[in-house]
Design a protein around this ligand. Structure first.
Ligand SMILES: [Zn+2]
Length: 77
């Protein structure tokens, strides 16, 4: 079972389809059980879509964006 931290670390690769099959399964299993990470991944997917419409240098800052979203996901509603 992945920790939430490990899931966040893999999430951009997951959305890019870059994970190995077994890694993707672990991510999916975690998402099935963890509402926080589901919300995080949904938010990250939206953010990626926006970033893809921006110039290259911003896209390379993806790790920082993912970290920011992870912090936001930890806050209660
Ligand atoms: Zn989680």
């Amino acid at each position: 079972m992945l920790s939430c931290k490990a899931l966040v670390a893999s999430s951009s690769d997951y959305l890019d389809g870059q994970l190995r099959f077994t890694e993707g399964l672990s991510v999916r299993a975690h998402l099935a059980m963890c509402g926080n990470c589901r919300r995080f991944v949904r938010q990250l997917r939206l953010t990626l879509r926006v970033l893809q419409q921006m110039p290259e240098p911003l896209v390379s800052d993806l790790d920082a964006v993912a970290a920011q979203l992870a912090d936001a996901a930890k806050k209660p509603d």
